[in-house]
Design a protein around this ligand. Sequence first.
Ligand SMILES: Nc1ncnc2c1ncn2[C@@H]1O[C@H](COP(=O)(O)OP(=O)(O)OP(=O)(O)O)[C@@H](O)[C@H]1O
Length: 306
Amino acid sequence: MTSLIHARGLIKRFGDFTAVDGIDVDVQPGEAFGFLGPNGAGKSSTMRMIGCVSPPTDGVLRILDMDPRRDGPRIRARLGVCPQLDNLDPELSVLENLTTYARFFGIPRKVARERAAELLDFVQLGERAGSKVEPLSGGMKRRLTIARAMVNEPDIVLLDEPTTGLDPQARHLVWERLFRLKQQGVTLVLTTHYMDEAEQLCDRLVVMDGGKIVAEGSPRALIEAYSTREVVELRFPDDQGSYVGKLEGVGERLEVLPDRILLYVTDGDAALAEVHRRSLDPAGSLVRRSSLEDVFLHLTGRTLVD
Ligand SMILES: Nc1ncnc2c1ncn2[C@@H]1O[C@H](COP(=O)(O)OP(=O)(O)OP(=O)(O)O)[C@@H](O)[C@H]1O
């Protein structure tokens, strides 16, 4: 089967800084594929390359069997994109946000209106068609962005953190719509911080950190591969000084490797937290509270404290 997305040794540099460091990715038709990882892992940079808005610095990238460096506009016409910022037009109504967007793809006005109305029903915003965007809640805006991404009947839908910043109920509504799209056979590629969502939605996941893929597989396989029977109890007081002491106290339950620390947890959703050496102080003994917590939060959607 031909991959819809095929990347080999894909690299993105910003000046001297390497944001995406030689990753390999293949996404098949109908697959829900997730990029998971902490802030700054390189997920959005990867998505922007796939979305043909940012050219790769190096490596092979083929989307829909085309080369983004040559065929960007043709590829973009067949993608649906939900960026992290909704960038909806506040001057336009909910419906017009879709119909205007449809015009960029040369979709005839009548078809655009019909399609937009159907999509608004699909994302449960049919009753808001005539209202302006601004009074909509964050979750509604996100659903509208998903509808907008579907307006050109795309071959691949790219979603950059579709549920970040939403309250649990709004998150659930967005997620449920995405699940419906997946059931309809739409190819989804998304980034997320939440392992629980990734587990429900994604057929395959890559975990990114420091621009590299550090783990890959089905959500279940990843959880099983990185779980142990041991329950790690970590409590982090606010004060950073005593935090270090506490951490040393549970040190035997952390696996400290030359380039990273592995933290194994099995209290419910087992997950792997990888903290690279950059989160250690020069002596290699201090783990900053934010790093461990952030990574754990990003992988599991839960905090370590209590
Ligand atoms: N245009 C840019 N110029 C310079 N550095 C950038 C640029 N875009 C991203 N970066 C850097 O590249 C790294 C990866 O960023 P990226 O946004 O891809 O990470 P991410 O995994 O999507 O994180 P987040 O979850 O916060 O969105 C970060 O250190 C970021 O500061």
